[in-house]
Design a protein around this ligand. Structure first.
Ligand SMILES: Nc1ncnc2c1ncn2[C@@H]1O[C@H](COP(=O)(O)OP(=O)(O)OP(=O)(O)O)[C@@H](O)[C@H]1O
Ligand SMILES: [Mg+2]
Length: 356
């Protein structure tokens, strides 16, 4: 089997496409301030994830009727799909405050002890990136999650005493992009475990229209859908793209967003009709052109395209897997016939005839 690129040869004659930060799903400080300002606060404004929401609504109602705190909840899934947002929504729906922290901020035993002891009855503790909790913090958390107490030791050698401290009943909500890296015992202590799914273009259209309204940007159905289709199934990206499209419309069309304006501005951002950016395309082209479609290890890909392997695994891969443009095998990553088609390659059989 041989491959031919319809455009010029990427590895030999075509410079590697530059990185495009616009569609990355991780957030910097400015993005976070913007995100916090537009986060849905309740179930009514939280779009999509309908199965998950159905389940949560029942759980919340039952917990209110029993007058007991919610079971501990673990949310996992790719960045930008609404895990942190959902923790806030649950807090509002329960009518309880949410204390937010992340595992890297709980490095020393006193960090986690301090935060547990500061909780109020029924409060929600949200721990982001929970797969990064260290062993000591985890062990402190186990009895706190199971029976709401802390075992603390004081004194030294023969005078050592164990002190059992009761904690208020609380709900822990953990979020992670890497459920596989969570230790088994910690995972088992969550009564509710949910994976967040990528959003459909229809759902993302709603996200875009909602954000546009909050930002006082006028947008019609078709333009919202055009942006939604290229938002990688991710509300965080949809929210960023609407701002970029609005900027383009201000400069080129007196601020009026049309479908054509939306598509043109997304073309300029080099986001294709699948929502792929340059990093995604570089990754896929590398596998096709240098490794005959794969399989190839993620570290090799990372070194070749100069992108951190964690970013590739957390941000690029989940969406490429979801689109069917990439496969994970025990021997590494492989592309699919759809990848060749999407990037404009032809696969030839032994008679040099195109297979599609
Ligand atoms: N279901 C939703 N409806 C409307 N907007 C949403 C929804 N989910 C997420 N968003 C928006 O997307 C942005 C990112 O969501 P959020 O911060 O909750 O993602 P996350 O899953 O916690 O990401 P990370 O893994 O990077 O922490 C927020 O600004 C939020 O407003
Ligand atoms: Mg988050």
């Amino acid at each position: 089997m041989s491959i031919i690129a319809d455009d010029n040869d990427f590895l030999n004659t075509k410079p590697q496409e530059k990185k495009n930060p616009v569609v990355k799903t991780d957030a910097n400080d400015n993005d976070r301030a913007f995100e916090n300002s537009i986060r849905p606060k309740d179930f009514n404004s939280y779009i999509g994830q309908s199965n998950l929401l159905k389940h949560l609504k029942i759980t919340i109602e039952a917990s209110k009727k029993r007058e007991k705190p919610l079971d501990h909840i673990l949310f996992y899934g790719p960045p930008g799909l609404g895990k942190t947002t959902l923790a806030g929504v649950i807090g509002n729906e329960m009518g309880v405050p949410v204390k937010i922290t992340s595992a890297p901020a709980l490095e020393r035993p006193r960090d986690i002890i301090g935060i547990l002891m500061s909780l109020e009855e029924n409060q929600i503790l949200f721990i982001d990136e929970i797969h990064r909790l260290n062993k000591v913090a985890e062990e402190i958390l186990y009895p706190a999650m199971e029976d709401f107490f802390l075992d603390m030791t004081t004194g030294k050698a023969q005078t050592v005493k164990t002190l059992r401290i009761s904690l208020p009943k609380f709900t822990l909500i953990g979020a992670t992009t890497k459920a596989g890296e969570l230790s088994g015992p910690l995972r088992d202590r969550f009564g509710i475990v949910h994976r967040l799914e990528f959003y459909s273009p229809d759902e993302l259209s709603k996200v875009i229209k909602r954000t546009a309204e909050l930002l006082d940007i006028e947008i019609d159905e078709k333009s919202a859908y055009a942006i939604a289709k290229r938002s990688r199934g991710t509300p965080r990206i949809a929210n960023r793209l609407i701002k970029r499209v609005s900027d383009y419309a201000i400069v080129k069309n007196d601020g009026k967003i049309t479908e054509d304006i939306a598509n043109k501005s997304l073309d300029i951002l080099e986001i294709d009709e699948f929502g792929l950016d340059n990093t995604d395309r570089n990754l896929l082209r590398l596998i096709i052109e240098k490794y005959d479609g794969g399989p190839v290890g993620i570290e090799t890909i990372s070194a070749a395209i100069g992108e951190d392997s964690r970013t590739l695994e957390d941000v690029c891969e989940p969406y490429l897997l979801q689109c069917g443009l990439l496969q994970r095998t025990p021997r590494g990553r492989k592309v699919t016939p759809e990848t060749y088609r999407h990037l404009g390659y032809k696969i030839l059989n032994s008679n040099q005839q195109s297979l599609f």
